[in-house]
Design a protein around this ligand. Structure first.
Ligand code: SAM
Length: 381
């Protein structure tokens, strides 16, 4: 089957695939992810005045990411262990006339990355990990061998958000907890595990653009190759305690957890502690704005992608979000329009923004009692 996206033409398997078995992977529902990736690459080069030129599509499948990067001026490389993927990616590269700037290799991604690290002629400026499930088996090789930017997709959202607790602990060396902000738990557990991996190579990390959508988390991490930068990055790790009864939460920075026995707000003992998680900003607002401006109307998801960036730009940096419907259920009050709800918080002197996780998700510097006091009038009206 022929598809076109982002100005390139591809042959892909007739049915879309999203599993390990079956034909070469291509998921049309990931077009937004790929459109945003191309816009991030462009913004990174221009905004950061970066000389980054080489891009590794470390799990290339149909070759779609590498081909789109090559079509946008990158010297791209693609790797896949599946020989059918390698030959399809090569065919697709030739179809788009980028076979000179998109070289595809059949190899294990880790072996390839370490091989490049030893070869100055194959230095990798940007490495993009897009595996099935957890990216952690590839994270060491990526940080050890990337110069400027590491892009990561994780699709194992149940382990990341604490729904599959043991699997999450095994993969991420952190304790994720299943809360009502489960997608954000996944974002912050993933960032924590990635920055701790980078720190082992004396690399500090700045998350430029991070989001959770349907069944995956995606992040773009700028690298700073200094031990002091790694130390500063680790200062953004800590723990969150969450009351399952009244939804109170608090977070503390540092390497040691100090779990709450009881909730300071309601006295209940059903308090979950998660961590270490990433507590700082998960995106750089100015960078996200630059990404938005670089989304051409020709992209299939242009309108959605720009709107998504706008939501992310406005989102506060608080490490956990609330859900209006969840709070209203707790308070047995009717929910109201999000705009009125957030306006009530702002009128009461708090910061408040939508959060990209859902249409009823929001962030604020108010605590649960303060949210209720500020919004009760508009919920009852
Ligand atoms: C989720 S798909 C990649 C999708 C692709 N990046 C896209 O945007 O359509 C994962 C790919 O990783 C490949 N793969 C699995 N293990 C690998 C490994 N150790 N090294 C390199 N590729 C691997 C699989 O064959 C599969 O094609």
């Amino acid at each position: 089957m022929r598809v076109s996206e982002g100005g390139v033409e591809l042959t892909v398997p007739a049915e879309s695939t999203d599993g390990v078995e079956g034909p070469v992977f291509y998921n049309p529902r990931q077009e937004l992810n790929r459109d945003l990736t191309i816009a991030v690459l462009g913004a990174f080069r221009e905004e950061r005045e970066s000389r980054a030129a080489t891009y590794l599509d470390a799990m290339t499948a149909s070759g779609v990411r590498g081909i789109r990067a090559a079509a946008n001026g990158w010297t791209a490389m693609g790797v896949d262990t599946d020989e059918r993927a390698v030959s399809l990616a090569r065919e697709n590269a030739a179809r788009n006339g980028v076979e000179e700037t998109f070289d595809v290799v059949q190899e294990d991604a880790n072996a390839f990355m370490y091989g490049c690290g030893r070869d100055m002629d194959r230095a990798l400026d940007v490495i993009d990990l897009d595996p099935y499930g957890t990216p952690m088996p590839f994270a060491d090789a990526a940080f050890a061998n990337a110069r400027n930017l590491v892009c990561v997709t994780a699709t194992d959202t149940a382990p990341l958000c604490g729904a599959h607790l043991q699997s999450g602990i095994r993969s991420y060396s952190a304790v994720p907890r299943n809360t009502d902000y489960h997608a954000e738990m996944g974002v912050r557990v993933l960032l924590s595990a990635l920055v701790r991996t980078a720190a082992r190579y004396d690399i500090g990390v700045t998350p430029l653009f991070t989001y959770a959508k349907s069944h995956y988390v995606r992040t773009f991490l700028e690298l700073d190759h200094r031990a002091t930068a790694a130390d500063a990055t680790l200062d953004a790790l800590g723990f969150v305690s969450h009351c399952e009864d009244c939804l109170y939460r608090e977070h503390t920075r540092g390497h040691f957890a100090d779990p709450l026995e009881t909730c300071p707000a309601c006295g209940a003992s059903r308090v979950l502690t998660a961590g270490p998680i990433w507590l700082d900003a998960s995106h750089d607002r100015a960078f996200v704005a630059a990404v938005r401006e670089r989304i051409p109307s020709s992209f299939g998801t242009a309108e959605r992608a720009r709107a998504f960036c706008s939501t992310l730009e406005a989102e506060l940096d608080e490490p956990t979000h609330y859900d209006q419907h969840r709070l209203c259920k707790e308070w047995t009050l009717p929910a109201n329009a999000m705009d009125d709800f957030l306006a009530a918080l702002r009128d009461a002197g708090y910061e408040a923004s939508p959060a990209h996780y859902s249409g009823t998700a929001f962030k604020t510097d108010a605590d649960v009692d303060e949210i209720r006091a500020a919004t009760e009038p508009v919920l009852e009206s």
